[in-house]
Design a protein around this ligand. Structure first.
Ligand code: CTP
Length: 212
């Protein structure tokens, strides 16, 4: 099977030396890429800047900004059977990218930001993706309800939901605890190392695809 996986943070440039980004390490996306490749599938990993090692047998397409990631997904998703959106994509990007380093001329400064394109939300609606679609939801409250909203709104077959307010889990950590939210049921997975969770998620996704 052919899979596309997005992973890592994006970087939104502000001036030649600065950018806006987030704490995503890319661990979950890279662990998923590894798990699917190990199971014998062809994986294209579209990743923002990450220090994770590239898993063996995985094709890496490195990107920087949310717009770069959008364009990369737009180019490749049509050939895929499964798409997994594990990236922590910036929701906003600076309206203006300064060509020279911003000088500290005043006591305060205001940055104007504009929404980026919703890549997962474009999978069905814009790219016409027909394959198995997996989204992630990072929430600090109403985990299941918010994840179910994303599942419906974005046409996902599965949303992997995690509570990012829990200390020592999720963003930038080795472990995570998630709830798998399907259209007709939920399956909580107990807290575990991301690599083990990724193996289990890959196994479940492959079972669901086989049953379709
Ligand atoms: N995502 C994406 N493109 C964006 C923003 C998010 O593809 N511009 C994807 C993420 O990879 C993830 C999912 O959307 O699979 C959910 O991301 P999350 O940040 O939890 O939710 P948002 O849809 O951005 O909604 P909100 O920030 O309002 O919770």
């Amino acid at each position: 099977m052919k899979l596309l996986i997005t992973a890592g943070p994006t970087r939104e440039p502000l001036d030649p030396v600065r950018f806006l980004s987030n704490r995503s390490s890319g661990k979950m996306g890279y662990a998923l890429a590894h798990a699917f490749a190990e199971a014998g599938h062809q994986v294209l990993l579209i990743s923002g800047p990450s220090s994770q090692p590239i898993p063996g047998g995985v094709d890496l397409l490195p990107v920087e900004t949310a717009e770069d990631m959008y364009q990369a997904v737009a180019s490749w998703i049509g050939r895929m059977d499964i798409a997994v959106f594990a990236a922590a994509v910036a929701d906003f990007t600076p309206v203006e990218v300064f060509s020279q380093k911003i000088k500290k001329s005043a006591e305060r400064m205001t940055l104007e930001l504009v929404r980026t394109k919703d890549i997962l939300g474009s999978a069905r609606a814009v790219f016409g993706f027909q394959g198995y679609l997996v989204g992630f939801a990072a929430e600090t409250e109403n985990l299941e309800e918010n994840a179910r909203g994303k599942l419906r709104k974005k046409g996902c077959d599965l949303v992997v939901a995690n509570d990012v307010s829990k200390a020592g889990l999720g963003f930038d950590s080795e472990r995570n605890e998630v709830i798998l939210v399907f259209p007709d049921r939920i399956e909580p997975l107990p807290a575990a190392e991301k690599v083990l969770l990724a193996d289990r998620i890959a196994e479940i996704v492959l079972e669901c695809v086989a049953e379709r």
